[in-house]
Design a protein around this ligand. Structure first.
Ligand SMILES: [Zn+2]
Length: 94
């Protein structure tokens, strides 16, 4: 396993976090929220929702953002992979 952020391969310090390998040094830099912070976000979100009840719940909004981010990530990655492939193809022509 290799930390996705710093590349460390010190296995004793690396864990899998939702499918990504991250080391003990990098984990605190991720800015992961504590439960109390998430509870505050829920409360704030629900308060705004009182005015517009048809809006998605906080959980639905988070689900939506994860999906949208994955699509964005794949689109950007495909674009770069295509450039990589074209660079190889163009290089062979020259
Ligand atoms: Zn790391």
């Amino acid at each position: 396993m290799r930390c996705f952020s710093c590349g460390s391969t010190n296995q004793s310090q690396i864990k899998s976090l939702y499918g990504y390998n991250v080391c003990d040094s990098c984990e605190p830099t991720l800015g992961l929220y504590k439960d109390n912070t998430i509870r505050k976000h829920i409360a704030s979100y629900e308060k705004n929702r009182e005015a517009v009840p048809e809006n998605p719940t906080y959980a639905q909004e988070v689900d939506y953002r994860v999906e949208a981010m994955e699509e964005f990530y794949i689109r950007r990655r495909l674009k770069l992979l295509h450039i990589q492939a074209r660079l190889k193809a163009i290089g062979k022509q020259d």
